[in-house]
Design a protein around this ligand. Structure first.
Ligand code: UDP
Ligand code: MG
Length: 342
């Protein structure tokens, strides 16, 4: 193994950068790397770069990734100073990617590396973006599939940017798309929106999303709700407009109802009654107002975060290596596989 000193000489040669955000994946990494290296070895005469971004793992992921080598790729390991979240980790990877094309991959083999040759082929045909569409999600709960389905459709209606349904972060992006994305320096990083924003020539490949090969999902339901909300607020101001419309509609009906009450009192006189309807209307109006203020607050919160303009991530260590000796690809990987299967 040798440290790469002269990065600029490699710069022009790298065809594909593969970015892998990693958070507590120590058991997954060797297996993942083995699979990925195997796929890369089947694609000849191209130079590759695998960028592992350790997103502040609390397990041994960092040391595990430092030991991963490949004869077919430069392996770059980036250690973020703490857990910044998958979106920030992917941004760190994108910022240091040198390839002419970039693929974002999850470390849990839910984005099968076997599809990489197909993605490269589409890129060679001249497409800038190869979207990987999930035709099925294996091993995920009915509830998660259903909420994802509803959410993607809702977002599609709300968003100002054309988003692809059922396409996650797993995609290939050409150099000019990456350069476009780098100009989006916003703090609230909803990657599915950011990756779709540049546009360019797109194509879609469908695949069945397999189950996570080991470990467990890093997202809790609450985190998914937060991510979902940030997706909507980051790419649409329609909720604000909806509250304006709701306000206008309610004011108009209140005015008409007011007229009716005045007329009724003038004609029939006042009979003190109507407590239930009064209560109902008050509660309803209170609810609508709070909701509208809440929506407003979501956007004000984003403005606050953007105004602070903090960096999206901080890098603690960065190491890159190319395999030079004749160690068989991933020797320790075989061991760990044996270990995994008892
Ligand atoms: N991940 C990350 N930082 C986080 C959470 C997740 O880098 O804070 C990585 C994780 O290691 C994996 C990818 O993001 O490579 C997807 O995570 P996960 O499989 O938990 O998400 P899911 O597939 O359930 O949506
Ligand atoms: Mg996963």
């Amino acid at each position: 193994m040798q440290l790469v000193n002269n990065e600029s000489s490699i710069k022009d040669e790298i065809i594909l950068s593969i970015i892998v955000p990693v958070y507590n994946e120590q058991e997954m990494l060797p297996l993942f790397h083995h699979q990925l290296a195997k796929v890369l070895s089947t694609i000849s005469d191209d130079s590759f770069e695998i960028i592992y971004v350790n997103d502040g793992s609390t397990d041994d992921s960092w040391n595990v990734m430092l030991n991963l080598t490949s004869h077919y790729a430069i392996v770059e390991c980036i250690n973020l100073s703490r857990n910044f979240g998958k979106e920030a980790a992917m941004t760190a990877g994108i910022d240091s990617a040198k390839g002419q094309a970039v693929i974002l991959l999850d470390a849990d083999l839910q984005d099968p590396p076997e599809l990489i040759p197909q993605m490269l082929e589409a890129w060679r045909k001249g497409y800038d973006v190869v979207n990987m569409k999930r035709s099925a999600r294996l091993g995920e709960s009915k509830f998660k599939c259903w909420t994802a389905h509803v959410y993607y459709r809702l977002l599609e209606h709300l968003s100002d940017v054309p988003l692809q349904k059922d396409v996650g972060d797993f995609r290939l992006l050409s150099r000019r798309v990456i350069e476009g994305i780098k100009q989006l320096s916003e703090r609230s990083r909803y990657m599915k929106g950011i990756l779709s924003w540049p546009g360019y020539k797109q194509t879609t490949i469908s695949f069945e999303r397999p189950e996570r090969a080991a470990g467990e999902t890093k997202w809790s339901f609450i985190q998914l709700v937060k991510l979902g909300l940030s997706g909507i607020t980051a790419f649409s101001v329609k909720p604000l407009r909806i509250s304006t419309w709701a306000g206008a509609l309610i004011s108009a009906s209140a005015f008409i109802y007011g007229l009716w009450i005045v007329m009724k009192t003038l004609i029939f006189g006042e009979v003190v009654a109507g407590y239930p309807s009064m209560m109902l209307i008050q509660l309803f109006l209170g609810g609508v107002q709070l909701l509208a203020i809440g929506i407003l607050g979501e956007y004000v919160g984003r403005i606050y975060a953007e105004a602070k303009a903090r960096p999206i991530y901080l890098i603690m260590d960065k190491e890159s290596s190319i395999a030079q000796d004749s160690i068989i690809e991933g020797t320790h990987i075989e061991n760990s596989m044996v270990h995994r299967h008892g």
